[in-house]
Design a protein around this ligand. Sequence first.
Ligand SMILES: [Zn+2]
Ligand SMILES: [Zn+2]
Length: 131
Amino acid sequence: MNKSKRRDVVYEVLCSTKSHPTAEWIYEKSREILPSISRGTVYRNLKELISNGQLTKVEGVFEMDRYDADVETHSHLVCRECGAVVDFSPYDIKSVIHIGQLDGFCVDEFSLVYHGLCVECNKLSDVNKLA
Ligand SMILES: [Zn+2]
Ligand SMILES: [Zn+2]
């Protein structure tokens, strides 16, 4: 089993979901495909994939990093109840938020996070209101 094969497994697992999973989740799924893979290998490969620009992290929202195989600039809807992370690109945000020189600061990347309740949790809170 060579190194790049293990990295492919980690990458494919992340590409197979839109749920922005934790490293632990990716590790569990990777083990279903490759039972011999270790936790350390998964974490190391995630780091390598980030430095290769193949995946990103959803920053500053959770205690545990959440990973995203979609490296295009997009924003996220984050549910404060269940922790669901949903991609959200209502418009071309790159054209709305100017990327370039802002007050002398060279911006090459940004992220937007909207906090609230997801569809499912919103339904539940409606049910609780009725009860
Ligand atoms: Zn939710
Ligand atoms: Zn995303």
